[in-house]
Design a protein around this ligand. Structure first.
Ligand code: C5P
Length: 477
């Protein structure tokens, strides 16, 4: 409605409205709303004194994104707990985070964009279509220019929209468009919380990789109501944010770009059959997730796997080795490339266009061609070679000797060697025992979960990229 009104204004009026909106730190649409509200209620329509909001807005415009400052997009839903979100903004800012807010229409019944904007130091966003506003940055940029999306309070309605993939307002469109980790802090009446529909939505959100904090048990805002449904306290939400993001010191890969390959490749024999291997992708995906948690921009190139895409990572799905090579080349340049995929060594030279028929006395003979070696081709690049190139060696015998030979043959800086003999249960399992083979020597790590291996590897990568580490080996030193 408001944007229609703006479009019909003459240019002079539009210009004056734009200046006025800019002075007040609002979108033109919000400015029109304020004027209309004032006119309807007979209040002063001049709006608040300009310095109230222009100062923080000016700071926001001037501020350049800094890799060492975590950026949080706080989506405030419409519930009485929204007032606690104002405190949450303060708590996050106290800890050095940059906070940007989106208020749903319902949230604006409880708190104002002005208060959220004043506390966050940046204009709060409210509208999906704000084409007339010079400050509109669009839902895609809002969705991407953040390290973590926090939904607090996450109302039953907002959770249902998220679970259903709706995108009919700014908050839901951003939640659908984002590839960053999402944390929800649900808040609702205990009956709504326990309703089968909310249970279903919650299960769906968990399956989609969305993290949750609260709700807590206690008194509700409604008189006489008690039970589970109170939004977690701001400091509890901050703790959940910190554990998802890590503090600035825990983000040693901030500003780095990391490419990871993971999973098997499928090499077609004909349209229905393929050559594959038993790789689950668990180790590669865990490395991608750990690198993202350490603040890196991560591109995960994954073969066909049955595990979910890690949160906060751009996942590119491929089938064959040649597709994987192409996707990795497209993802360059990178500071570090980790090749954890179990790439098929061979492909069928001439896959059947149609399903190969079973002949009576005829067993087809498959002629094989060697696949490109993705690790070697990136490690041996003359131009734009990643500073650190890491390969994996999955062996069933002579593990260390084979890994050493691979380090030299492929030209990688490190090889992470693991014994994949069936007795170890490593292939497809949740635990791993690895040996880090570099030009400097061999380091055997204790058996640990694949997540722990991933975190330990990421710590070593961060140290190596910062320089001065013996572990970068000769090539990248
Ligand atoms: O030669 P091998 O397959 O044992 O080497 C394993 C390492 O090389 C792994 O890091 C794997 O991801 C990578 N590799 C590759 N492209 C291939 C074969 C292996 O990137 N075609």
């Amino acid at each position: 409605m408001a944007s229609l009104t703006i479009r019909r204004l003459d240019d002079d009026l539009k210009q004056r409205l734009r200046l006025r909106a800019a002075r007040n730190g609002r979108s033109m649409e919000d400015e029109v709303r304020t004027i209309l509200r004032g006119a309807a209620g007979g209040k002063d329509v001049r709006g608040p004194a300009p310095q109230l909001v222009t100062e923080p807005r000016a700071r926001a415009v001037a501020a350049e994104p800094r890799p060492d400052i975590p950026r949080i997009l706080l989506i405030i839903g419409g519930g009485i707990a929204a007032y606690k979100s104002l405190d949450l903004i303060r708590r996050l800012k106290e800890r050095g985070a940059a906070v940007r807010c989106i208020l749903t229409a319902a949230a604006q019944e409880f708190i104002t964009p002005l208060s959220a904007g004043a506390l966050s130091g940046e204009r709060a966003f409210t509208d999906l279509f704000d084409a007339q506003s010079e400050f509109d940055i669009g839902h895609i940029r809002l969705a991407r220019e953040t390290d973590l999306v926090v939904v607090a309070p996450a109302t039953a309605d907002l959770m249902a929209k998220m679970a259903g993939g709706h995108a009919d307002d700014l908050a839901s469109a951003v939640l659908l468009a984002t590839d960053r980790p999402v944390l929800i802090a649900p808040a609702m009446n205990p009956h709504m919380w326990n309703h089968p529909a909310t249970r279903r939505n919650l299960a769906q959100l968990a399956a989609d990789g969305i993290a949750q904090v609260g709700p807590n048990e206690g008194e509700m805002a409604e008189a006489g109501e008690a039970g589970q449904g109170r939004m977690a306290e701001p400091l509890e939400i901050v703790a959940a944010v910190e554990s998802l993001l890590g503090s600035a010191g825990d983000r040693p890969l901030a500003g780095r770009r990391v490419v990871v390959t993971s999973g098997p490749t499928h090499e077609p024999i004909d349209p229905v059959r393929y050559i594959a291997n038993r790789s689950s992708g668990k180790q590669g995906h865990a490395i991608a997730a750990a690198a993202a948690a350490a603040g890196a921009e991560v591109i995960l190139v994954s073969g066909p796997v049955d595990i979910p895409d890690p949160a906060g990572v751009t996942t590119i799905k491929v089938e064959t080795a040649r597709e994987m090579l192409h996707a990795v080349e497209e993802a360059m340049p990178a500071d570090c490339a980790i090749f954890a995929a179990a790439v098929a060594d061979w492909r069928v030279s001439a896959p059947g266009r149609e399903k190969i028929k079973k002949g009576k006395d005829k067993v087809p003979v498959l002629s094989l061609t060697e696949n490109p070696d993705i690790l070697a081709s990136i490690a041996q690049r003359k131009a734009k070679r990643p500073q650190l190139v890491i390969g994996f060696a999955a062996e069933t015998e002579d593990l260390i000797a084979n890994a050493r030979a691979k380090l030299a043959r492929k030209g990688s800086d490190w090889i992470v060697a693991n014994d994949v003999s069936p007795a170890t249960g490593i292939m497809g399992g949740d635990r791993n025992r690895v040996h880090l083979v570099t030009a400097a020597g061999v380091e055997s790590w204790p058996p640990q979960s694949k997540d722990e291996v991933a975190r330990a590897l990421v710590t070593r990568i961060a140290a190596a990229l910062q320089g001065g580490s013996q572990w970068t080996g000769s090539k990248s030193a």
